[in-house]
Design a protein around this ligand. Structure first.
Ligand SMILES: [Cu+2]
Length: 108
């Protein structure tokens, strides 16, 4: 227990100054790099059990992404209802955790 408490104290001590230093420059960066962005693409693969959709998407300027074909996690998975491979969609995505995540889908 002792080492854990000691480590935690060190972390908290370090976190204070770092958080304070990051507070000011973080504001313009966050504005330039939003958490969510809209995309347009064509579905190339639907993986219902894996809750992922592979989409050949157009560039997503807000994230600085070029056009590419990539998998997205879909939340909630029910957004995949009625979708077909080859279908054109608009979508809203965030950068997720590892895999970007689609949180809204519009059919075209
Ligand atoms: Cu991509």
């Amino acid at each position: 227990m002792r080492p854990t408490v000691a480590s935690l104290t060190v972390l908290l001590t370090l976190a204070g100054p770092i958080a304070a230093a990051a507070a000011e420059p973080a504001t313009p960066a966050a504005a330039a790099h939003p958490k969510t962005a809209k995309g347009v693409g064509v579905i190339t693969e639907i993986d219902r059990p894996g809750e992922t959709l592979t989409v050949k998407h157009q560039p997503i300027a807000a994230f600085g992404w070029p056009s590419m074909t990539m998998p997205f996690h879909v939340t909630p998975p029910s957004l995949m209802d009625g979708l077909k491979v080859g279908q054109k969609i608009t979508f809203e995505t965030n950068e997720g955790h590892g895999l970007p995540e689609i949180t809204a889908i519009g059919k075209r």
